[in-house]
Ligand binder design. Sequence first.
Ligand SMILES: C[S@@+](CC[C@H](N)C(=O)[O-])C[C@H]1O[C@@H](n2cnc3c(N)ncnc32)[C@H](O)[C@@H]1O
Length: 205
Amino acid sequence: MTPDAITSSYRRWAPIYDMTFGRITHAGRRHATHVVNQSGGRVLEVGVGTGLALPYYAPEIEVTGIDFSDEMLERARAKVAEENLSHVTELRQMDARALDFPDASFDTVVAMHLISVVPDPEQVMAEMARVCKPGGQILVVNHFARDEGWLAWLERKFAPLANWIGWHSNFPKDRIMGVEALRLTEERSLTALGLFTYLRLEKAA
Ligand SMILES: C[S@@+](CC[C@H](N)C(=O)[O-])C[C@H]1O[C@@H](n2cnc3c(N)ncnc32)[C@H](O)[C@@H]1O
């Protein structure tokens, strides 16, 4: 998607996100935050959106969130205030293609339902790897394109509407597997139809 399309699409999504797409994607958030809570440390959530995952991090986890959309961030900030989520130390407007953090700042970097939205997913993966500490982990939850079946057909049909719906429906997983410092250590399907996939990548120590 283009940056302008992200801005306008997520301005439209922000007021209804939690009760629509947000509602059918809880499995990934619950799983990724469970993994984070077992690992501990400093966490960066890239494309934090309306902050649906924020209440699930354990209180001792220090969470920073960034997002491109001011309207999505506004809702994340409201959740932090309303639910007194003091483990969320910072929520900033930022482009995931150029993360404003020094190298090796975080133990875990999480990206949920983001990678098929951003304009340059390869660059975003490289940035997430850069800010992750050596030996740290990157957790990705996303819908990835499949090769065959009626769902693959639907994914292709919706693909031209990416800028309007807010993500690429036929995003191939291979596009994000090229960062040299990262090794895939776990991959699992999160729902019965295999709609969403969880990936754990480890950064070389
Ligand atoms: C489908 S939402 C997912 C939100 C959240 N991660 C979740 O699971 O509910 C995608 C989010 O990615 C954000 N986004 C898109 N492009 C971005 C970029 N280049 N940098 C940072 N955030 C971006 C959008 O603003 C939106 O909030």
